[in-house]
Design a protein around this ligand. Structure first.
Ligand code: UGA
Length: 441
């Protein structure tokens, strides 16, 4: 049985730890937060992720997964240590590496055996070399070690599925033997393994996220053009996606990307490029298009309510940045609520799982326990997150309780024709044919 230590029990760390334990390894998950570790020992998850609680519970019961705050305990008998700590954005958009630095230092100070240090956190290109330098400087004795970059590609909301069914594993190291050892750990996942150098592996992560963000901004730009020309972006995306070179994924127009990854990673990549004198024009366009989506949504609602939202009651269906998560980091709903409140609206909110996290971030938004009571007396509803339960709402019931049947659908979950039949005043995004287009000679 291989022994692994995972440093950091945030999103990536906890899923990596539980995932590798489930593959039959002995895993010690380490975090400096006593509170998180104490909670985990009692079975309290620090994050919401479908299936995580069961996965952790199963592996704790089997004895393969344990938790600690002690590096000495975590590293004793360990061959592999994953660093999976946070890398938030610094003031200029550069990644803040203080947690990676602290983790590397503590690993160096407490290692007693030969170690492969694997970096999972998204870090600027060149960080692997920097980590190797930190470890060398802080070691108490010259114990051999290697650094391998193994970027994560998990999506929140489906992270466990993604861990168990990766499209690929990327490993970067200057030490081929160490990379091969880490490859062995990933073999049961049966995905292609790309072995390259450290910097290239680090770049693969940024380039992948930047490309996906580009697809989203691209389709949002197409949505704007569709509105002007009377086409339907959802059908345009379907029609485009059958071309295998394009694919169907990440072509949903909406309120733009949020969360803890794309905004931070596109910004960090642009920052790295600029530091080296490059002009990442495309990345700036991607960020600009994305930043426009939120004020645009607010303008739409204003237009739908006759140009002014002052004194109007607006209900937000969905607060999290995407479905199946309670993550509110850079969620469009935060900026949208702020702007509506600044314009004089009364804003209400409902989300199936994120309300506890959302409430302190939007203290002026009144939270409701269910969508129907929230809709009562509303002048408009906005769909901010495409939770499945919103697709199944009884719209007649909503309509009967609202002041006026206005719905702005920021995620295009409803069919405009059906909404018209139900007598809603309805607008999605990029669905220009829906009334805007009239047959012209
Ligand atoms: C993203 C990547 O998809 C993962 O591969 C990566 O590992 C992760 O970042 C990371 O770097 O840690 P995540 O942020 O969890 O994962 O969420 P996504 O499902 O990728 O969605 C990101 C944002 O794009 C969401 O705000 C979502 O609403 C938006 N989006 C996504 C669209 O607006 N349209 C789409 O078609 C797809």
């Amino acid at each position: 049985m291989r022994q692994i230590c995972v440093v950091g029990v945030g999103y990536v760390g906890l899923i990596t730890a539980a995932g590798f334990a489930d593959l039959g390894n002995r895993v010690i998950a380490l975090d400096i937060s006593e509170k998180k570790i104490e909670g985990l020992k009692k079975g309290d998850m620090p994050i919401y992720e479908p299936g995580l609680e069961e996965l952790v519970e199963r592996n704790v019961k089997s004895g393969r997964l344990t938790f600690t705050t002690s590096y000495t305990e975590g590293l004793k008998g360990t061959e592999y240590v994953f660093i999976a700590v946070g890398t938030p954005s610094g003031v200029d958009g550069e990644a803040d590496l203080q947690y990676v630095e602290a983790a590397a230092r503590s690993v160096a100070e407490n290692m007693s055996d030969e170690l492969v240090i694997i970096n999972k956190s998204t870090v600027p290109v060149g960080t692997g070399d920097w980590v190797a330098g930190i470890v060398k400087r802080h070691q108490k004795a010259a114990i051999p070690f290697s650094v391998v970059s193994c970027p994560e590609f998990l999506r929140e909301g489906s992270a466990i599925f993604d861990f168990q069914n990766p499209h690929r594993t990327v490993l970067g190291s200057l030490d081929r033997e160490a990379a091969d050892k880490v490859a062995q750990l990933h073999l049961p996942l049966r995905a292609p393994i790309v072995i390259t150098d450290l910097r290239t592996a680090e770049m693969i992560k940024y380039a992948s996220n930047a490309f996906l963000a580009t697809k989203i901004s691209f389709i949002n730009e197409i949505a704007n053009i569709c509105e002007a020309l009377g086409a339907d972006v959802t059908e345009v995306a379907t029609g485009m996606g059958y071309d295998e070179r394009i694919g169907h994924h990440f072509l949903s127009a909406g309120l733009g990307y949020g969360g803890s990854c794309f905004p931070k990673d596109v910004l960090a990549l642009a920052h790295m490029a600029e530091e080296k004198g490059k002009h990442p024009q495309l990345l700036h366009a991607v960020m600009d298009i994305n930043a426009d989506r939120r004020p645009m949504a607010v303008e739409r609602v204003k237009e739908m309510l006759g140009g002014d939202v002052k004194g109007k009651t607006i209900g937000m269906l969905g607060l999290a940045f995407k479905p199946n998560t309670d993550d509110m980091r850079d969620a469009p709903s935060i900026d949208i609520a702020k702007a509506l409140i600044a314009a004089g609206a009364h804003v209400r909110g409902y989300d199936p799982v994120s309300m506890g996290v959302a409430a302190p971030l939007m203290p002026d938004v009144k939270m409701y326990d269910d969508p129907y009571s929230m809709a009562e007396g509303c002048d408009a509803l906005m769909i901010n997150t495409e939770w499945n339960e919103f697709k199944q709402l009884n719209r007649r019931q909503l309509q009967e309780s609202m002041n006026q049947p206005v719905i702005f659908d920021g995620r295009n979950i409803y069919d405009p024709a059906e909404m018209k039949d139900l007598n809603f005043i309805y607008r999605g995004l990029g669905r220009g044919y829906n009334g805007a287009h009239t047959a012209e000679a």
